[in-house]
Ligand binder design. Structure first.
Ligand code: DX5
Ligand code: ZN
Length: 224
């Protein structure tokens, strides 16, 4: 199993100083940059797109983990690949043809992920395991930073972990298990114990003045 990864969500960063923010958070120990794309259609909020991804790309070497909360999905995939995205994830209910969208992401040279809302069934995973590089479990309803962790996500993480382990034990490739929403120093150990290996945190990191102190405290919890 790989070392746990911390993926700060720039949704809670200062958008007026985004280049500096991503540099600072990577210097503070972030593994990935989590990039939340919202379209005021799939979710009731509007954020950033491929142009902003391209603008931050030269500032850091860390993988950019694009979380698409948009509907439809497909037209944005070539755009984000061109903009330097490393991982692109989408919600199964936001595309007509899940298998095709996953292939499209890989065809553009990116890793592909499926995102499950708090009440969405994990069943979609089973038919596309060979095309998945990442599974993202939402622990809040998507749309906003700063919400509190929905406890049932721990159950969902254990179920996703079991599916991934079964796949890997049968000789399948590595699939990351990421969690997004309400992750903080106080609950990260418990979330890790439920099987997550990649942790998105927005307000918990960007809401504090010292990013390194928060990331270090998270790593300490993860090492327990
Ligand atoms: C929510 C986004 C999250 C969000 C997490 O729709 O997908 O990535 O920024 O923010 P926190 O960590 O503040 O819950
Ligand atoms: Zn996200």
């Amino acid at each position: 199993t790989p070392a746990p990864r911390i993926a700060p969500s720039i949704l809670s960063a200062d958008f007026a100083r985004l280049g500096e923010e991503v540099r600072n958070v990577v210097e503070a120990g972030a593994d990935w940059i989590h990039f939340d794309v919202m379209d005021n259609h799939y979710v009731p909020n509007l954020t950033i797109g491929p142009m902003v991804c391209a603008a931050i790309r030269p500032h850091v070497k860390a993988p950019i983990d694009v979380h698409l909360m948009v509907e439809p999905v497909d037209a944005l995939i070539p755009e984000f690949a061109k903009a330097g995205a490393d991982i692109i994830s989408f919600h199964p209910e936001a595309t007509r043809h899940i298998d095709r969208t996953l292939s499209l992401i890989r065809d553009h040279g990116c890793k592909a992920g499926l995102v499950f809302n708090p009440a969405s069934s994990l069943e979609h995973m089973d038919y596309v395991m060979d095309k998945l590089d990442l599974v993202l479990i939402m622990s809040v309803n998507p749309g906003f930073g700063g919400q509190s962790f929905i406890d049932n996500a721990l159950v969902k993480l254990r179920q996703a972990r079991a599916r991934i382990d079964r796949w890997t034990e049968a000789g399948g490739h590595h699939i990351a298990l990421e969690v997004d929403g309400g992750v903080k120093v106080e609950n990260i150990a418990q979330i890790h114990a439920a099987g997550a290996d990649t942790f998105v945190a927005g307000s918990a990191i960007f809401g504090k003045p010292d990013y390194k102190a928060v990331i270090d405290a998270m790593r300490q919890e993860l090492a327990r």
